[in-house]
Design a protein around this ligand. Structure first.
Ligand SMILES: [Zn+2]
Length: 357
């Protein structure tokens, strides 16, 4: 049947319009699939009062901060490797050793025996060669490096780690801290006050590496075991770190750190304390963090014996309760828009924290 030219033109135009609609729909579906941002994940591995924090960026880059303790049949290395496997890693790109105390560098040899490592990042030489336990950790690390298989990078404040999908800025290390505030920080800190300092700590803790991680709108602060007096250099009279979403409680939540000037200055939404049952989680540090303005929750890797009923978070915020060692971890999943979730491996529950800064 022959159509008159006018009808034929109308059909052609309808067909073109339908095709355009279909293309637009498919593009929008495709764009949705492509544009949904991949998250960044952080595992807070339970190493019984040491540190082992594993970051995996959306590009699959990995950074482990510290290796837990030596001994215990490789317990800490096994837990780190389990977290790495859960994240789909077959290798850890960078292992950052904050300092040479045994709860941080102790597990390095056992870890290297279990999973390939790309490079090590540290603050430089051991500052405390007269302390025998520190010397043991330092020597084990040197022995591993002497195998010649690993690159070693020593960093200092203001250095940026070689990652593409998140920014890691070193803010303390080797006994020094950032000279200038981060680009979006530097406001006068109203929380400097006159809180008396705890006893001075001039051990390797003072040389700890610490960093700020920026991922889109999200900021995480982890200063290692930096003592209170050094925290003050970052926080007063101006807050060099700015506001943060997540605060990894300095020095396992021991009272030597977590000054009100630092904690209330960065005003985190959530704090994560890498404490053990009998290490960290001091009541005074817990109180300072708990009273921080805008804080929604303190997560703890362990119930703290010292904290008792008044200075521990409710059970849903604890990865490991009092009693036998269970080794559960906490996992942060962050979106570049600043929203994040925290998963408690013990309860299987996830809590959502919308971005608020
Ligand atoms: Zn420590």
């Amino acid at each position: 049947m022959a159509l008159n030219p006018r009808t034929s033109r109308t059909i052609r135009m309808l067909l073109i319009a339908a095709t355009l609609c279909a293309v637009f729909f498919m593009r929008s579906q495709f764009a949705f699939a492509v544009d949904t941002p991949k998250p960044l994940v952080v595992y807070f591995v339970d190493v019984e009062g040491g540190q082992a924090t594993l970051f995996v960026t959306p590009a699959g880059e990995s950074l482990l901060i510290d290796t837990g303790w030596d001994g215990f049949g490789g317990r800490d290395a096994d837990r780190i490797v389990a977290a790495a496997k859960d994240a789909g890693l077959s290798k850890i790109d960078y292992v950052l050793i904050t300092h040479y105390h045994s709860d941080h560098v102790g597990g390095v040899t056992q870890l290297a025996a279990r999973i390939p490592i790309g490079a090590f990042i540290d603050h430089g030489e051991n500052s405390d060669p007269k302390d025998e336990p520190t010397l043991i950790g330092w020597r084990a690390y040197q022995k591993l490096l002497a195998e010649g298989k690993y690159k070693r990078i020593s960093v200092k404040p203001d250095d940026t780690l070689p990652f593409r999908a998140a920014q890691f800025v070193i803010v303390n290390g080797g006994g020094k801290v950032l000279e200038k505030p981060l680009p979006d920080a530097g406001a006068v800190n109203q929380n400097c006050g006159t809180t008396p300092l705890p006893p001075a700590d001039h051990t390797e803790n003072e040389f700890s590496l610490g960093l700020v991680m920026n991922f889109g709108k999200l900021r995480l602060v982890d200063l290692g075991d930096l003592p209170w007096a050094k925290e003050m250099e970052l926080a007063c009279p101006v807050n060099k770190l700015g506001k943060a979403d997540i605060y990894v409680a300095t020095h396992h939540g021991l009272f030597f750190s977590s000054s009100p000037a630092l904690v209330h200055g960065i005003a985190p939404r959530v704090a994560i304390m890498e404490n053990g049952a009998k290490k960290g989680g001091s009541p005074s540090a817990w109180d300072i963090i708990h009273s921080s303005p805008g804080l929604a929750a303190i997560y703890q890797l362990h119930w703290s014996d010292e904290g008792g009923t008044d200075h521990n978070s409710p059970p849903e915020f604890l990865a490991n309760l009092a009693g036998p060692d269970t080794g559960y971890y906490l996992k942060l999943t962050a979106s570049p828009n600043g929203d994040f979730d925290i998963f408690n491996a013990r309860t299987g529950e996830t809590a959502h924290y919308p971005h608020q800064m």
